[in-house]
Design a protein around this ligand. Sequence first.
Ligand code: ATP
Ligand code: MG
Length: 251
Amino acid sequence: MGILEVKGVNKRFGGLQALGDVNLSVAENTVHAIIGPNGAGKSTLLNCLVGKLIPDTGSVMFNGQSVLGRKPFEINQMGISRVFQTPEIFGDLTVLENVMIPCFAKRDGAFRMHAIEGVQNERQIMEKALAMLDDLNMADKRNMHSASLSRGDKRRLEMAMCLVQEPQLLLLDEPTAGMARADTNNTIDLLKEIKEKRDITMCIIEHDMHVVFSLADRITVLAQGTPLVEDSPENIKGNPKVREAYLGETA
Ligand SMILES: Nc1ncnc2c1ncn2[C@@H]1O[C@H](COP(=O)(O)OP(=O)(O)OP(=O)(O)O)[C@@H](O)[C@H]1O
Ligand SMILES: [Mg+2]
């Protein structure tokens, strides 16, 4: 039984079957990559995992609890954080302020503190945010406006914003999209470091096979909304079905 269990998920957009009978089991403390050509349904699946989209049929269980229909702060409190395809940071705020924000959530019309272990007041939030920046080697940039960060550092900041919530599951939608090779390699190193230092499960959507094979313990290949194969990176590499699924992209 995985920490995340997706069973029989179907999702249609009008006449288009974006997801067709998706089953996925993500084992605790592993990195599970989801790959597939453009339009395969990867982001749709991720949106179903964070309650943003409700499947037409099927279930998504995290630690035995359904995520479907939950509000974003409830998803966070369950222990799930998500890194978006384009870093979602507040450009006008400093790096430190950005990391403090996820510790609050709008609930019942007011901003309240998230229940994060050992954090009861604003001072402790600031200390926690600073410790997180230190952990990700960004403490020296804490007073910079985040809009002026490099793309790689914006990604690092977004990671800090996720990790400050101490998630059990980190979902990443193309974390290296549009990055230069150097920033991609930095992101790979950062994710490796996060994996080594913490008890964390990661589910990563990625087009860059160098990233996938550097990080993944397990890979699911989606094609036209349906899992084509799930296997170890070694077996995926030599699988002719996988090459077939990517032909549309390379043709
Ligand atoms: N809100 C929506 N309304 C209608 N169609 C949608 C919607 N979201 C996604 N789709 C369609 O569903 C299919 C799957 O889209 P999705 O974004 O999940 O693919 P993807 O695998 O993430 O692709 P990419 O690699 O380009 O990011 C596509 O055909 C897309 O056009
Ligand atoms: Mg996508």
